[in-house]
Design a protein around this ligand. Structure first.
Ligand SMILES: [Ca+2]
Ligand SMILES: [Ca+2]
Ligand SMILES: [Ca+2]
Length: 257
């Protein structure tokens, strides 16, 4: 195959691959970046119906203007466990941190496609992250994700498109373990401790509560590879293409003369 058609063929294949991967690299929508305040999360720390197990006066939810994931500003949680009250026998506490007071009309309506989630950092161990959404008349709860207690930002996200019951979601209240409405709203972020019979205190920072209707909240490595391949192919194609354009212009100029 001559050089030019081969380049065109390669570029076409790369373009088809890129077109197929655009869905995975679409930019997430940041719902709350906490740049200037607590965003939708301005309810008291004990406002959630299922919040229990810690001392409310010495626990807090505040805006931290100096700490952030992509940009300064995050939600800072301090939990002071009450050893005398556990939400289950061995599980020290549970926090249902309401978004828009848990009222669907006070939250953004989000297409029930792609992923929803948030970034969190802490050094507190034995904690799980979850999220609760209003899905039609019911509420669904994302499967618990073990929190990495290394003091670094980590993403915790849930697949809104999982259509298998109890695969990614559990019934929280009046739900059915699957997202089945065309849109959802965030009801709350949820943290709870794992089954450890001991006190768990901790400080947690949360940032960039986000939704990507087209896929994961982080670009998939395969998509990044395709983008890089596309760039390489276009770079290879450009010199020959430019010189042909130049020759055509010269020929045109010669004919005009
Ligand atoms: Ca931020
Ligand atoms: Ca407790
Ligand atoms: Ca449902």
């Amino acid at each position: 195959m001559p050089a030019f058609p081969r380049c065109v063929a390669c570029a076409s294949v790369a373009w088809l691959l890129v077109a197929g991967s655009v869905r995975a690299v679409a930019a997430p929508v940041v719902i709350d970046d906490f740049a200037t305040g607590r965003g939708h999360f301005n309810s008291p720390i004990d406002a959630g119906d299922h919040t229990t197990g810690f001392f409310v006066p010495t626990s807090s939810v505040t805006h931290d203007p100096s700490v952030g994931h992509n940009a300064p500003g995050s939600l800072k949680l301090v939990i002071d466990d009450d050893p005398a009250v556990n939400f289950r026998i061995d599980d020290p506490w549970r926090l249902q941190l309401l978004s828009g007071a848990g009222i669907p009309a006070d939250n953004l309506s989000l297409a029930s496609t792609g992923y929803i989630g948030y970034w969190l950092k802490t050094t507190a161990g034995d904690v799980n992250a979850s999220i609760i959404v209003n899905d039609g008349a019911g509420m669904e709860q994302g499967h618990s994700r073990p929190v990495t207690p290394d003091g670094q930002w980590h993403l915790y996200e849930w697949n809104l498109e999982s259509r298998q019951v109890s695969e990614a979601w559990n019934n929280y209240s009046g739900g059915n373990g699957v997202i089945d409405s065309p849109t959802v709203t965030i009801n709350a972020l949820q943290l709870w401790t794992a089954a450890v019979p001991r006190e768990v205190d901790g400080t947690f920072w949360i940032d960039d509560v986000s939704h990507n209707p087209s896929g994961s909240l982080v670009p998939e490595p395969a998509s990044l590879f395709v983008m890089a391949l596309m760039g390489l192919l276009m770079a290879r194609r450009r010199p020959g293409y430019a010189s042909r354009q130049q020759r055509n212009r010269q020929r045109g100029g010669e004919r005009q003369r």
